[in-house]
Design a protein around this ligand. Structure first.
Ligand code: PEP
Ligand code: MN
Length: 345
């Protein structure tokens, strides 16, 4: 365990922490840096590290025994910035990825791409291979869907993110998309994780509906251990005892991921809530909580959508949300790209 003291920590506070750790049975190695005093606590004692974190003068406590290494903040202190063409995920800008749940036709995806790009989105989302709970539900257009996404994105200067469901689809995805999405249901599909770890395209990794934060970071570790370090974590709601909405959005996962890992963090308020009227407040909260990107479902005719119409924003709702997000982003020292309307103002 490594304890980093605040710059302003007093000698008395430092001694207090050392005394407590010695009482708990640790050997302490103290080093005084230019700014921070760092205490290395050596020993295999099962303690609640939060007790140390709460001591006066402690800035942070790093468990160097975390089971994930490459994904952890102790491996890389600075936040990872993923640059794809002229879009940077993990920088000052909160990148908005938007589009339909699933690609239904060329016209549909063309129309939605125009809408979301006009409002300031940078990435077009859309499923071509859909993981549906029922085998009788629409399963996606397959390669045709990927083609339409690419064409629509290129026309409107957007990137493409789409969900890959199995290793054999990866070569196809490499041809058409900029970011490969691993869906919540596949977060622990270890073969798939290993295979996307061997490519050099960014991966958006959704948290499983019943996965802990540590399990999510271990899923990221699977990808990273294959050599692909461009992973974006995505909180999309977990299953709890609360049945009112589709899932329970774990807002606190955002600052926790950011504390434990250097990877950028995205939030998906659409799948988290499952209802259009709840998407905007959760999206706003996610930006306030430090999300680096948002994944939002938008549809030009949600009443007739083949999938997830109820949670898809109408174009005007999306436009309004983007406006609000810009205000919130500014308040937390971030920014959201202007839409066409703002740009000409
Ligand atoms: C999706 O983004 O289209 C999707 C299926 O999400 P999730 O895997 O989070 O359910
Ligand atoms: Mn969906």
């Amino acid at each position: 365990m490594v304890i980093v003291m605040e710059e302003t920590a007093t000698e008395e506070q430092i001694s207090g922490v050392i005394d407590k750790l010695v009482r708990l049975g640790f050997d302490i190695h103290r080093s005084t840096g230019v700014r921070h005093t760092v205490l290395g606590a050596v020993g295999e004692h099962d303690i609640d590290w939060r007790d140390i974190e709460l001591l006066e003068g402690v800035k942070e406590v790093l468990r160097i025994t975390a089971p994930y290494k490459l994904a952890s903040k102790s491996f890389k202190a600075d936040g990872t910035k993923i640059k794809i063409k002229d879009v940077v995920i993990g920088g000052r800008e909160v990148v908005v990825m938007a589009g339909p749940c699933t690609v239904e036709s060329r016209d549909q995806v063309m129309a939605i791409a125009e809408i979301v790009s006009r409002s300031g989105a940078k990435v077009l989302r859309g499923g071509a291979f859909k993981p549906r709970t029922s085998p009788y539900s629409f399963q996606g257009l397959g390669e045709e869907g990927l083609k339409y996404l690419r064409q629509a994105a290129d026309r409107h200067d957007l990137l493409v993110v789409s969900e890959v469901m199995e290793p054999s689809q990866i070569p196809l995805f490499i041809r058409y998309v900029d970011i490969l999405q691993i869906g919540a249901r596949n977060m622990q599909n270890f073969n798939l994780l290993r295979e996307v770890g061997r490519i050099n395209k960014p991966v958006l990794l959704k948290r499983g509906p019943a996965a802990t934060i540590e399990e999510t970071l271990l899923a990221a570790e699977y990808i990273m251990s294959g050599g692909n370090h461009e992973v974006i974590l995505c909180e999309r709601g977990i299953r709890t005892f609360e049945p009112y909405l589709r899932n329970t959005f774990d807002i606190s996962a955002i600052p926790v991921f950011k504390k434990l890992s250097h990877l950028p963090v995205a939030a998906d308020p659409s799948h988290a809530t499952g209802r259009r009227d709840k998407v905007a407040p959760v999206a706003q909260a996610a930006v306030a909580a430090g999300a680096d990107a948002l994944l939002i479902e938008v549809h030009n005719d949600p009443d007739n959508a083949l999938c997830d119409g109820a949670q898809s924003l109408l174009p005007e709702q999306f436009e309004q949300l983007m406006h609000r997000l810009r205000l919130i982003a500014e308040a937390v020292d971030r920014e959201v790209a202007p839409g066409v309307e703002e740009a000409v103002r």
